[in-house]
Write a protein that binds this ligand. Structure first.
Ligand code: ZN
Length: 103
């Protein structure tokens, strides 16, 4: 029986009888020079988004602080696409009941 489990090869959850999503190579010159970061994803855009999250958590939350970076995403066949990466902070609203001071 197939098990839904964390896969250490692609760092994501999927069934253990499923193949990992394809590999993409992220080129981010200002940060890694000629090195590339391997990311498993279902497409160019998803690979770019995953890299944005990875990059931001490694550094000082450059993107979350309103900056943008430009990367090149390359698939296994050598096709390249450029992406501009940024982040939108999410707002969490919260409510806390205030105890009445009357009683
Ligand atoms: Zn996998």
């Amino acid at each position: 029986m197939a098990k839904y489990t964390y896969c250490k090869i692609c760092n994501a959850f999927h069934y253990d009888n499923e193949n990992c999503p394809p590999v993409f190579f992220i080129f981010h010159e200002e940060y890694m020079g000629n090195e590339s970061q391997k990311i498993h994803a279902c497409g160019f855009e998803e690979a770019a988004e995953k890299y944005a999250e990875h990059y931001d958590s490694q550094g000082d939350y450059n993107l979350a602080n309103g900056n943008e970076i430009t990367v090149t995403v390359q698939d296994e066949k050598g096709e390249q696409r450029r992406f501009k990466l940024s982040a939108e902070p999410t707002v969490n609203y919260s409510a806390e009941e205030i105890e009445s001071e009357d009683n």
